[in-house]
Design a protein around this ligand. Structure first.
Ligand SMILES: [Mg+2]
Length: 146
């Protein structure tokens, strides 16, 4: 089976972490974009087509939760995986209640990340497919009404 690359954005203020993770994801043939703040993440989302955002919770300025809420408000179909330290698991749970797909504890285990990334991508695909089907149904009903 041909693997369709996920369009992933990593958002974290730790530059080394972003670079390391970008490289590893590119090795797995994913399409990777990086942002170093919540603000930069939102600017990129305005112009680029992204499937999954891997989002650090602790960032200076706009933090991960604020960024998550803004992403979900503006781009509800984008899936989000949060990155959290041991101290902020509660925040991660709060994030999932706000619409994040899942969370990962830092330093993220790569296999675990890949599994969650695949799950997030699949959920987005299925969601979009259901919307397409609903749109077709709606269209057919309208045609029937003419
Ligand atoms: Mg951070």
């Amino acid at each position: 089976m041909i693997k369709i690359p996920a369009k992933v954005m990593i958002v974290d203020d730790e530059k080394d972490f972003v670079e390391m993770l970008s490289l590893r994801l590119k090795e797995m043939d994913e399409k990777v974009t990086a942002a170093y703040s919540g603000q930069e993440c939102l600017e990129i989302l305005e112009k680029d087509d992204i499937d999954v955002v891997i989002l650090d919770i602790k960032m200076p300025g706009m933090d991960g939760i604020e960024t998550l809420k803004e992403i979900k408000k503006r781009f509800p179909l984008i899936e989000i995986i949060m990155l959290t330290g041991h101290g902020s698991t509660e925040t991660a749970v709060e994030g999932m209640k706000t619409g994040a797909y899942d969370y990962l504890l830092k330093p993220a285990d790569f296999e675990d990340l890949m599994t969650k990334l695949e799950g997030a991508r699949k959920r987005k695909e299925e969601h979009e497919e259901r919307i397409r089907k609903a749109e077709v149904k709606l269209l057919l009903r309208k045609v029937g009404e003419i």
